[in-house]
Every structure is written in C-alpha cells, then in structure tokens.
Ligand binder design. Structure first.
Ligand SMILES: *Cc1c(COP(=O)(O)O)cnc(C)c1O
Length: 404
C-alpha cells in the first residue's frame, strides 16, 4: 500500500487531517494545537483515542475510510505522526514504532545483505550493541568511525557497498557534535543515505532534513514525549521514495507498531515540546556554566560551551539552545563519580533522558566493556526544575563525595 501521512497531502487521513497548514505557522503553534485536529463528529478539541482494531467494510467490498485493520491503520497514531512530521519538516511524513530501537532496527532491516554501514564511534550504546550483534545476521557490515572527523568518515566508505551512514548529534554520552551537512555531502556523493538519530536534539533545536539528511530517527521515549511514561520511536523522511515505502511495509508486516494509547500520550507531550526544550536547554547551559571551573569537576562536556570542540558547528546547526543533556567528568575519578551520584537528593539516579525530571547516571557502568565513555563521567539529563536548585544539589553531592 502506498501512502504518505504529511498532514496536508494524505489522501487516506480522513478525520486525522490537520486543521493547521504547516507552512503558515511556527513549530510552537503547530505543537500547542497538535496540528489543530478537531473530531468531526463531536467537534472535540482534543481528538478521541482510537482503540478499534478493525474497521467496517463497505457493502461494495471497499474501505471508504482507507482504514481496514489497526496494524497499519490507526487515526491516533497518524495524528501523532502528523505533528512530528510537521515539526521535522518531513514531506513524506513520519512513522511511529514501538520503541526507538524498533525504529532504528527497521532502517537497517530495509538494507540488503552485503550492504555496508558507517556508524559513529560515539552513539547510543544499545544501538551500537545491536549493530555489533544483530546487523551481521542481516548480512550487513558495519564500521564505527569518529563521525566528527570528516576525513575519517570519508576514508570509511567502501565503494559500491556503503549504503547508509548513521549519525547521532549531540552524541551519547560525550556530547560530540556531527556536522550534518558535511556528512550528508559525503554520503550522497557515494549514493548512500544519511540517517540521523536526533533524540538528543529534538526538532526544536535541529531539523536534520534541512541539513541534507534523508531520514530522522528519534527515541520518542525521551524529549518528544518528555514525561518518562511512554516507550516509542519514530522515523521521519524527506521524500516518499522506495526506501520509505519499504519502511512503511516493514512496520506493518513485521508488526513493529506503537499502541494507540502511547500515541495519545505522546501527542499530549508534544504540545509542550517547544517550551520544555527551551527551558531544559537553558537549564543545561546554566549548569554547564556553573560547573565549568568547579574545583571538583575536571571537564564539562556541553556543546553550548565555547571551549567544546563542536561548539562552532553546534552554533550553526542548532537553534534556540544546545540541548538538555550534558556530561561531567568528576575530578576525583570513578569512585568520586559514583559517590556523587549516590549523594544527590534532587536529581534522580536513573537511566534515560529528556523527561521533565532531572536524571543523573554513571554511564560507564551501564555501557560496560568497550565503551568510549570514561569511568569518571556522569551523564546529566536536565529537566524543568529550577536550575540553581539542581546546581546546589549537585554541588553538595560533589563536596560530600570528596570529603567522604
Ligand atoms: C533511548 C535512545 C535510543 C533507544 O530508544 P528506545 O526508545 O529506548 O528504544 C536510541 N537513541 C538514543 C540517542 C537514545 O537516547
């Protein structure tokens, strides 16, 4: 089945059609009204949650609505996809998956055996492990390179075989910045696609498709939903080409779908995405500045700081902030880092990122052997609390750990 779900062009969308024209309004407006969907039956301003698994067939044996079964077709899912597609400027639309990992795995599954992939040295560890352990079973070969080093990326192409370059910016957990336009140029010169894991940016700070990426991927579990109560993933595409059609088919036939209730919650979260991203990025910058030069902190890794190696690229590529995630290297080493995380009162000691509550994590012990993450590193996901409260709590924990 061929379809796109860009809000203005989707012939199948039926009542999922957005009331707002994407070209007319800003991201903040499109998000606040979740594209302005109105239920055509009741005129409800918040569209209903569609749970039905199946749809009535017409007497002439057709499906007037374009919907026949809920694995490929669900109005709540399409509404949430329409909001994300609008925020990303994705003309082909967006596709929600049951998790970020399912969205990423779908992309690699759409490649052919024998294809070669270039992936970043610094990337989400769960996906890196998948690329090491599962991708070879699909007949793919993967090389990991320093994606912030253009020459290293250029040297990694295997002529005629490299079909996909995967990038992540800011990269997890070292906050490495990738120059998307530069990498897109290299990828396209080799007839390969550039796919960007933009989880740590959000479409508010970076719109990878505008920098030449072919596909954007998010763990919608993180800032897109923002309330740490939904697991979801999404892909958004620049063009409705054969590869996109393949991804639509993979999601439907492999069944990697999201539940409608999760899509409903996600859409609720998306309404405040621009406000949350702005507040959380401002909080992260405040903390990065307060922690720079702190006697118990060796290095602060945050692209908003002028001394960060990716700062110039980030300043060009990101707008409205440098992200809600930063990492610090604790001067006292691994033991002091773990002791600091043990002493915080306000920060929550937990994995994940992008929620309204701030999280702190000793990342190396999560990632295990082979990680590029140094053992003295704490990853901080900044929420919407008062940033000075967050600083005070961390400062006390750092001092407490140093004197224990
Ligand atoms: C969490 C995360 C993923 C995986 O997403 P899930 O929703 O947990 O499957 C992928 N990339 C990044 C950058 C992440 O933070």
């Amino acid at each position: 089945m061929s379809r796109t779900n860009a809000p203005e062009t989707d012939p199948d969308a039926g009542h999922a059609r957005g009331a707002l024209n994407v070209a007319d309004w800003s991201q903040r407006t499109l998000a606040a009204q979740a594209m302005g969907h109105i239920d055509p039956v009741t005129r409800a301003v918040v569209p209903p949650l569609h749970l039905s698994t199946t749809y009535l067939r017409d007497a002439d044996n057709g499906y007037r609505s374009g919907f026949s079964y809920a694995r490929p077709d669900n109005a709540t899912i399409r509404e949430a996809e329409g909001v994300i597609a609008a925020l990303e400027g994705a003309e082909a639309g967006a596709l929600l998956f049951g998790s970020g990992m399912a969205a990423a795995a779908a992309v690699f599954s759409a490649l052919a055996p024998g294809d070669h992939v270039i992936a970043p040295e610094v990337m989400y560890w769960g996906l890196k492990r998948w690329l090491r352990q599962e991708a070879p079973r699909l007949g793919l070969t993967v090389d990991f390179v320093a994606m912030d080093n253009r020459d290293a990326v250029r040297a990694a192409f295997v002529p005629g075989r490299t079909r996909l370059v995967w990038a992540e910016t800011p990269g997890n957990p070292l906050c490495t910045i990738v120059d998307l336009a530069a990498i897109a140029e290299l990828a396209h010169a080799a007839s390969a696609r550039l796919v960007v894991d933009s989880t740590a940016s959000s479409p508010i700070l970076t719109r990878p498709l505008e920098h030449g990426a072919d596909l954007v991927m998010h763990s919608a579990t993180k800032i897109l939903n923002g309330h740490s109560d939904v697991v979801a993933g999404v892909l958004a595409a620049a063009r409705p080409d054969a590869f996109w059609e393949r991804l639509i088919a993979i999601r439907a036939t492999w069944g990697a779908i999201l539940g409608p209730f999760e899509a409903y919650l996600l859409m609720r979260g998306l309404r405040t995405l621009p406000l949350r991203v702005s507040a959380q990025s401002a909080g992260a910058l405040h903390l990065a500045e307060r922690l720079s030069g702190h006697p118990l902190v060796g290095t602060v890794l945050y692209p908003g700081l002028a001394d960060h190696p990716g700062h110039a690229v980030a300043a060009r590529q990101m707008q409205g902030g440098f992200g809600f995630m930063l990492s610090i290297r604790v001067a006292g080493g691994e033991a002091a880092a773990i002791a600091t995380a043990a002493r915080v009162r306000l920060w929550k000691r937990a994995t994940s990122l992008g929620g309204v509550e701030s999280l702190i994590e000793h990342r190396a012990s999560v990632e295990g052997t082979g990680t590029p993450c140094p053992p003295d590193l704490l990853r901080l996901s900044v929420g919407i609390e008062d940033p000075e409260d967050l600083f005070r709590d961390l400062d006390e924990a750092l001092h407490g750990a140093a004197s224990s």
